[in-house]
Design a protein. Structure first.
Lengths: 140, 403
């Protein structure tokens, strides 16, 4: 009985964890299978927009005030969203780099990545579809 | 009109292949100073300053940036900023207006009006939200009024074993106003600007080296009048008349800028420092050394930071004429005022408190204590005084936000 309860609890925890995890996704035709943490940071902070094979990446993001953006960017950089916004204001307003294209919700982002060969974005793990490929996972 | 109407409905438009983004920034900045002689300002372009406990909003500004992403490779960026300036027009309003092309992840090409990549923070000095200081260190940043360049640039980035390496080369020209006492106004042109910046980003570290050359493209009315007056004085009375005329002949004179910068930011501790060396083959700006170091620590939504900055030039006082009379004395004093414009010797100790009010708004308070060995100074405007006060405190409070 105790063993069964523990098993159910474990499965529940795993399911909850999967609900909270964020994953970085690319188009399923993209040859990239995994990305390093540094490559993810470089792409989503506008530092270096390239996949490991050197091809150019197109980053997709969410609105500035969205919770998923704050969670993701803070998780990969270890910085507060205020610090990240200050960084992006330096990059954006000095005209060095374009910020990622912004979309209103996860479903739209999934659809855009599924239809854009060089796209990269992040979504909650439990929303991933067969049309996209996971290349990096952030466990919350 | 259709674009304008659409912008009113949404700041982010997404079409099948392109995006139009409208973003902005604003700084509401209040400044007061105990200085009795120097009117405090943060850039030599500013026509206003505060002294004797006056309160001024002259460091406030507002800007908008429109960015049209035609595709992942092509973008057009236009940025307009309204701030304290002597003259307002399309040319002074437009901070950025360029087309950007990214043929690959490594290369970026831009043509048009771009930011001048002279020092670490020159390109975003108007965006108060983007840096911790309430205002950039006066000793380092106030002397160069030029913030943008009309020309072309190329940027190359590549990951290396040392970190992300970046090379930025730019050429073009730039104009910016210099404002001083007695209604002095000069729209100073830097022609034939050629610059190269090397960047290395590694973990929490960022290193930067820049070298830029330019030539003075024009001269002001005061220089013309002085040269004309000097030419009337016989060589027997003023033996170094020819050298003096040549030193005032600024058109075509070369100006060189060199800068080293380092930044460390591990999300809790922040250290940033820059050193610069500016020289020219003109007596107007012989050479100027400046530097600053800032050390800050973050406590959740609060950042406390201390900054020490220094600037020192070695401009030479020209030899006087061999004969003294009221006209020659007046001419000599006028020349000294002119050649001493960049005679700078001062330092400032600053303490800054930055508080994040929310994710896009910050409140900053900064107290500066400045010791000046030379007044008048190019940095400031002045109340005429035979006994200038050489130590003063300045308080700056600003609300900065991005939207």
């Amino acid at each position: 009985m105790l063993r069964a309860t523990l098993l159910v609890l474990l499965l529940f925890c795993s399911w909850t964890q999967a609900q909270q995890d964020l994953v970085v996704i690319v188009n399923k035709t993209n040859p990239t299978d995994t990305l390093s943490h540094k490559a993810v940071v470089d792409m989503f902070m506008g530092k270096y927009l390239a996949f490991p094979d050197g091809s150019m990446a197109q980053t997709y993001d969410y609105q500035k005030d969205s919770q998923i953006r704050s969670t993701f960017l803070s998780a990969i950089t270890g910085r507060s969203i205020s610090q990240i916004n200050a960084y992006w204001s330096r990059v954006r307003f000095s005209g060095k780099v374009s910020p990622p294209q912004v979309f209103p919700d996860v479903m739209t982002v999934l659809d855009k990545v599924a239809h854009t060969a060089n796209a990269i974005a992040y979504v909650p793990a439990h929303t991933v579809t067969a049309q996209v490929k996971v290349v990096y996972t952030i466990a919350q | 009109m259709r674009i304008l109407a659409a912008l009113l409905l949404s700041t982010h438009l997404t079409a099948e292949c392109s995006t139009l983004n409208l973003d902005g920034f604003a700084n509401l900045s209040l400044t007061t100073s105990s200085s009795e002689t120097a009117k405090i300002r943060h850039l030599i372009s500013q026509p206003h300053g505060v002294r004797d406990n006056e309160i001024g909003l002259y460091n406030s500004s507002i800007g908008m940036q429109l960015e049209w992403q035609h595709s992942a490779r092509w973008q057009t960026v236009v940025q307009a900023v309204i701030k304290d300036q002597e003259k307002h027009g399309l040319d002074t309003l437009a901070q950025l207006a360029f087309i950007r092309f990214m043929p690959s992840a490594n290369w970026t090409l831009r043509a048009g009006r771009t930011g001048l990549d002279l020092f670490m923070m020159t390109e975003y000095r108007d965006i108060g939200y983007s840096f911790t200081h309430e205002h950039l260190p006066t000793e380092f940043y106030a002397i160069i009024p030029h913030q943008n360049i009309d020309g072309i640039d190329v940027r190359y980035k590549t990951p290396t074993s040392l970190g992300l390496l970046g090379l930025h080369a730019f050429i073009g020209r730039s104009t910016a106003p210099i404002v001083s006492d007695d209604n002095f106004y000069w729209d100073a042109e830097l022609a034939n600007i050629k610059g190269l910046t090397l960047n290395l980003d590694r973990h929490n570290w960022s290193f930067r080296i820049n070298y830029t050359q330019s030539k003075s493209g024009n001269e002001n009315e005061q220089q013309k009048q002085l040269k004309e007056a000097i030419s009337q004085v016989p060589v027997q009375i003023w033996p170094n008349q020819a050298q003096l005329t040549d030193s005032l002949n600024i058109v075509g004179k070369q100006f060189n800028y060199g800068a080293l910068g380092v930044r460390y930011d591990n999300a809790v501790w922040l250290v940033q420092s820059e050193l610069s060396y500016i020289n020219s083959n003109s007596e107007v700006l012989n050479h100027l050394r400046s530097g600053y170091v800032s050390v800050g620590k973050r406590f959740n939504e609060h950042t406390l930071m201390a900054t020490a900055s220094i600037a020192k030039s070695n401009n030479q006082v020209p030899e006087p004429p061999l004969v003294s009379n009221p006209e020659l004395d007046y001419l000599y004093q006028s020349i000294i005022r002119h050649t001493n414009f960049y005679l700078i010797d001062q330092n400032t100790l600053s303490f800054t408190w930055r508080m994040e009010l929310n994710n896009t708004v910050a409140l900053k308070v900064q107290i500066d204590h400045t010791s000046v060995q030379q007044l008048p100074s190019a940095f400031y405007l002045h109340k005429p005084s035979l006994n200038p006060d050489n130590d003063f405190n300045t308080l700056g409070v600003s609300l900065n936000w991005v939207f």
